[in-house]
Ligand binder design. Structure first.
Ligand SMILES: [Zn+2]
Ligand SMILES: [Zn+2]
Length: 458
């Protein structure tokens, strides 16, 4: 056969196919990007741990901790993680901790969109002061609805904002105390699972509404706030990275021009804000707390989003709504009389602990005086409460020891007296002569009887 007769096949490519790099952790999809209900970064982290059948503890310790500043993670990992978890709110906020967690999770999952689950876009817009709430808040109806309809349960970024007090879907206040164990919950713990109490592990959703005594105008203001912030959050992917502090100072200048002909003092007076503070905002020397901006927007009926992004229509002819001027919950201390007063409670507990008066108060008495549920106080200040309990327990122990000692002396005296009178110092006779006959249940007292008899040779 001639060579020409052979058919020539295409040659094989023996080079190994290029497999694109794989992500270390699942490419889990965050919920609700571009909506008011976008998921928070801590919620994403909890679901990511769950998707790997890991506890948050393990995931953070093994995969994430090496990316975070050593200040948050100490050498002793179990202790180090609690330092991080205690700052759970900051993980969703606009500071360095949120940035670090975000970058580490993006490296591990190959996602590029995780900063949208935080307020990082607004790092130059809002002061981080009073921006996010320290402990968890949730709408029980939202949770229950997701569970019943088979949707993924998660925690929206909206709930983490300090200024959001109600769910504008269900028109009810957000909850911040577990209905089963009465405790407040951190945003993230080593064993957190979305929708469940991290203290008693029970389900947090329910359609049961607590009675709330908000009047109509309060409720409508809270709803306005929740919706405005929802609108801002839903626009996070659309807003370019250009929300600079200059925006805020410019917005204040424009609004003061439009309402008070540029008179900062007059504007500050109308809005009940300190003049110097407003001046600093206008000059770009400081950035306001979110609740201050919200208050101004609410009273002028301007969209928060338009204010922050300098939409010209917002500044055309803003009008102060006189009805809104009289009540603004965000600046008003009396706004939520039932809200937990963190600072004064902490001061009170500290005073109880330092107080030298005897007998020291028990935690039960402390709770009665504060008119706050004991478990609630424990939830906020576990170590202070434990110290107060230990103090009163130690005092009681000491008191009992002293009384036992006194009783032993009485027993010895009684044995002596009975013996002298020519009778046998039986326990029954001794009992009649001492002030605390019941104390014979203590072995020290019983021993002192035996010893006294021995000394007398009985
Ligand atoms: Zn809801
Ligand atoms: Zn609970």
């Amino acid at each position: 056969m001639l060579n020409e007769d052979l058919e020539i096949y295409g040659s094989c490519d023996l080079e190994k196919p290029k497999i694109p790099p794989r992500s270390r952790l699942y490419y889990l999809e965050p919920i609700g990007i571009g909506t008011p209900y976008v998921e928070s970064l801590t919620s994403f982290l909890m679901r990511l741990a769950n998707a790997h059948s890991l506890e948050v503890n393990t995931l953070v310790a093994r995969e994430i901790s090496s990316y975070l500043d050593r200040g948050y993670i100490q050498d002793n990992l179990s202790k180090g993680l609690s330092t991080l978890f205690n700052r759970g709110a900051a993980l969703n906020s606009n500071g360095i901790l949120a940035a670090q967690l975000c970058q580490s999770l993006e490296k591990l999952t190959f996602r590029k969109d995780l900063s949208l689950l935080t307020l990082l876009l607004f790092d130059k817009t809002f002061s981080s002061r009073k921006l996010l709430r320290k402990s968890k808040a949730w709408c029980s109806a939202c949770c229950e609805q997701w569970r019943i309809s088979g949707k993924t349960v998660y925690e929206p970024l909206l709930w983490t904002l300090e200024s959001v007090k109600v769910c504008s879907e269900h028109l009810q206040p957000l909850k911040n105390i577990c209905p089963h164990c009465d405790r407040s919950l951190p945003w993230l713990t080593g064993r957190s699972k979305v929708g469940y109490c991290s203290k008693c592990n029970r389900w947090l959703g329910s359609f049961l509404q607590n009675h709330h005594n908000q009047n109509e105008s309060e409720l409508s203001e809270y709803i306005w706030i929740a919706q405005s912030l929802g609108e801002l959050i839903s626009s996070i992917p659309l807003i370019s990275s250009s929300v600079q502090s200059a925006n805020i100072s410019q917005a204040f200048n424009l609004i003061i021009d439009a309402t008070c002909e540029g008179n900062i003092a007059a504007f500050a007076k109308i809005f009940g804000l300190p003049k110097n503070t407003v001046w600093m905002w206008c000059k770009g020397k400081s950035i306001p707390e979110l609740r201050m901006i919200l208050t101004v927007c609410y009273r002028l009926e301007i969209s928060l989003l338009d204010f922050v992004t300098l939409k010209p229509q917002a500044f055309k002819s803003p009008q102060i709504n006189p009805q809104r001027l009289s009540n603004t919950l965000l600046l008003n201390k009396r706004s939520s009389p039932k809200a937990f007063d963190y600072i004064s409670t902490e001061n009170y507990l500290q005073n109880v602990l330092n107080n030298l008066e005897l007998p020291p108060l028990t935690m039960k008495e402390v709770a009665q005086k504060l008119k706050i549920n004991q478990r609630t106080i424990y939830g906020y200040f576990p170590s202070l409460c434990k110290a107060i309990s230990a103090k009163s327990r130690n005092y009681k122990k000491q008191q009992t020891a002293q009384r036992i000692q006194k009783c032993c002396q009485e027993v010895e005296q009684a044995v002596h007296d009975i013996y002298k009178s020519g009778e046998y110092p039986s326990e029954a006779r001794v009992s009649k002569l001492i002030s605390q006959p019941g104390y014979f249940r203590y072995k020290e007292v019983r021993n002192s009887l035996n010893r006294a008899m021995l000394n007398l040779g009985i």
